[in-house]
Design a protein around this ligand. Structure first.
Ligand code: MRU
Length: 330
């Protein structure tokens, strides 16, 4: 099995998006030649994970500049992409970079924006390596690590955030086993993390989300490593819904709990997590997990995509600039 995992491929003025909704059953690609195709791929979770959402959006802007190289059309594409998913910081970071490139000196707009998108992609790949290098130093030999959602190559421009640390850890015999939570309702853990671990030869044990506390209580988890979508100045961290329950259990059972994220995920304009806008998604995502449920009348569904873990409950933040603690002032 090949160990190369690429959620995006750029070439000949086209963006190829690995359709993550189809994994692990099928490897299928979406061809994007317009920003609108990229925006829909982000909304539908064909491409997901905070860092790679930003990278995909940057390429979406570059695609639009190829089709219609006028600042007003490109600006409209940026606005459309900004409306896709509100919580992750990286999307807005990348779109701000593209806006700055758009406003730069005159010249070939489309080339300039393509160059910028590629640069954002490369920078994230480098950030992933830096996080893995810093993170692996915290691990002792043979640790059993619990992780949530998918934070690997599928979610970034490189080897991943939390899963990148795990990958380095496994190569250096510091990670002996990974527990991947299913991550309801869409199953990023069961479908994507398990797939990545299997491809990389990392021993992985899949658990349902409601088994994590029992596993920690049984002393079978040495450390929790998760990613992030947006981190406020005081360390409050939004991540996939369910992360908060893991943090509660980790605190109760004395298991170190780390967030792994590049600086592009930090939003120091926010004093606390109270100001983070949490995306609410289509109830159908929850209803379709139980066959026949959608036919019942009067069933209400609450489907937030993320929750916020208090910064005070997070042991440390493993970033591309080292292991940090709040308050963050950059
Ligand atoms: O809804 P998703 O799949 O985009 O949510 C992804 C997560 O919450 C990840 O943990 C986060 O984006 C970090 S990915 C490196």
């Amino acid at each position: 099995m090949s160990t190369v995992i690429e959620p995006l491929r750029w070439g000949n003025g086209e963006l190829w998006i690995l359709d993550q909704r189809k994994l692990p059953a099928r490897v299928a690609w979406i061809r994007a030649r317009r920003a609108e195709t990229v925006a829909r791929a982000i909304e539908s979770l064909a491409v997901r994970g905070a860092p790679v959402i930003g990278i995909a959006a940057a390429y979406g802007v570059a695609l639009e500049a190829r089709r219609q190289p006028t600042p007003s059309r490109v600006r409209r594409a940026i606005e459309r992409l900004a409306r896709t998913r509100p919580t992750g910081r990286n999307l807005f970071y990348a779109l701000d970079e593209m806006t700055r490139a758009l406003e730069g000196r005159p010249g070939d707009l489309s080339r300039r924006l393509e160059r910028k998108a590629r640069e954002i992609h490369r920078r994230d790949a480098r950030a992933c390596l830096a996080m893995a290098r810093h993170g692996v130093l915290l691990l002792a030999e043979g640790e059993r690590v619990l992780t949530y959602c998918n934070t690997g190559a599928l979610a970034t421009g490189g080897i991943g955030t939390a899963l990148g640390v795990i990958r380095f850890g496994h190569q250096r015999r510091k990670v002996s086993e990974v527990f991947a939570c299913e991550t309801r309702p869409v199953g990023q853990g069961a479908r994507l993390t398990v797939w990545e671990c299997a491809k990389l030869g990392i021993p992985v044990t899949l658990i349902c989300d409601n088994m994590a506390a029992a596993l920690m209580k049984a002393g079978r988890v040495d450390r929790v490593l998760v990613g992030a979508d947006r981190i406020a100045r005081n360390g409050d961290t939004s991540n996939k819904i369910g992360t908060l329950s893991l943090a509660v259990a980790a605190r109760r059972f004395g298991v170190p709990f780390h967030v792994v994220a590049p600086l592009t995920t930090f939003d120091t304009s926010l004093l606390s997590g109270r100001a983070i806008r949490i995306e609410e998604r289509d109830p159908a995502e929850v209803l379709r997990t139980v066959p026949g449920l959608h036919r019942l009348r009067g069933v209400q569904v609450w489907n937030p995509a993320f929750d916020v873990t208090p910064g005070a409950w997070i042991t440390s933040f493993i970033t591309d600039h080292g292991v940090l603690h709040p308050p963050f002032r950059f």
